[in-house]
Write a protein that binds this ligand. Structure first.
Ligand SMILES: Nc1nc2c(ncn2[C@@H]2O[C@H](COP(=O)(O)OP(=O)(O)OP(=O)(O)O)[C@@H](O)[C@H]2O)c(=O)[nH]1
Ligand SMILES: Nc1ncnc2c1ncn2[C@@H]1O[C@H](COP(=O)(O)OP(=O)(O)OP(=O)(O)O)[C@@H](O)[C@H]1O
Length: 202
């Protein structure tokens, strides 16, 4: 298997999407208005993780294009109220096609996980023509990201079999992250005002 060749279009898609979404943040900054986007990250799924997922789902390595998260983009925002405007903005774009949306913000997962997911078909131009790459866009708040990052590390450590005590603590932490998001939403306009003043001064 030539991983370099197989993953090249995914890498291209991740790089292009990162530039485009970071550009939106820069646009807000230039206008000195509050950006709904705090930061953007992206990654091509690590090869061992691709192999493991394909094995679990009994997907032959020739059919990797059925995995939806090989190309992954993450848009992190300050407030829950920023998530849906970002979703709306992405729906209006015509440089990709949205094929699925999953609202784990409104319907959190049993683990406590919250995020808004979009699965998109993104066209990548190559020397031999256009390739449609499937990519996953996760949109979440800083608090949701903090929780998910830590939960992901623990899942990795315990190989997916979290001890019940750890699971319980994570559920409590998810509840606390939810409350933090709620509290921050209540003082959102004050925080925005403070950030605008800070932006003007700097
Ligand atoms: N940390 C964390 N991340 C999650 C959790 N659930 C989903 N995710 C993230 O969201 C991605 C897609 O999850 P789902 O929307 O559930 O997709 P799926 O194909 O049904 O399930 P996966 O096998 O997890 O990809 C995962 O690959 C993770 O990056 C969770 O409970 N904890
Ligand atoms: N859409 C995404 N955008 C940016 N980073 C991501 C995205 N999805 C996962 N990551 C990050 O990529 C790294 C590798 O994650 P990996 O794909 O192995 O795990 P996972 O997303 O939980 O997948 P799986 O569904 O296979 O368990 C982790 O740090 C994870 O947080």
């Amino acid at each position: 298997m030539d991983w370099g060749k197989t993953l090249a279009p995914y890498k291209q898609a991740v790089e292009e999407l990162k530039v485009k979404l970071k550009g939106i943040r820069a646009e807000y900054e230039r206008e000195s208005s509050n950006s709904p986007i705090e930061f953007v990250t992206g990654r091509v799924k690590p090869i061992p993780s691709i192999i493991e997922k394909a094995r679990e789902r009994q997907i032959p390595l020739e059919n990797l294009d059925t995995l939806q998260d090989i190309a992954g983009i993450r848009v992190v925002c300050q407030f829950v109220d920023d998530i849906y405007p970002i979703v709306e903005m992405l729906r209006k774009r015509n440089d990709f096609q949205i094929i699925e949306e999953k609202d784990y913000v409104f319907h959190k997962k049993d683990s406590g996980y919250r995020s808004y997911h979009m699965i998109i078909e993104y066209p990548v131009e190559t020397v031999t023509g256009r390739i449609i790459v499937i990519a996953e866009v996760q949109i979440r708040t800083l608090a949701m990201n903090f929780w998910a990052t830590n939960e992901h590390s623990l899942n990795y450590k315990y190989e997916g079999n979290l001890p019940s005590e750890v699971k319980l603590r994570l559920q409590k932490a998810a509840e606390a992250a939810f409350k933090l998001d709620e509290e921050m939403s209540k003082i959102r306009s004050e925080i925005h005002e403070a950030q605008r003043v800070f932006h003007r001064k700097s």
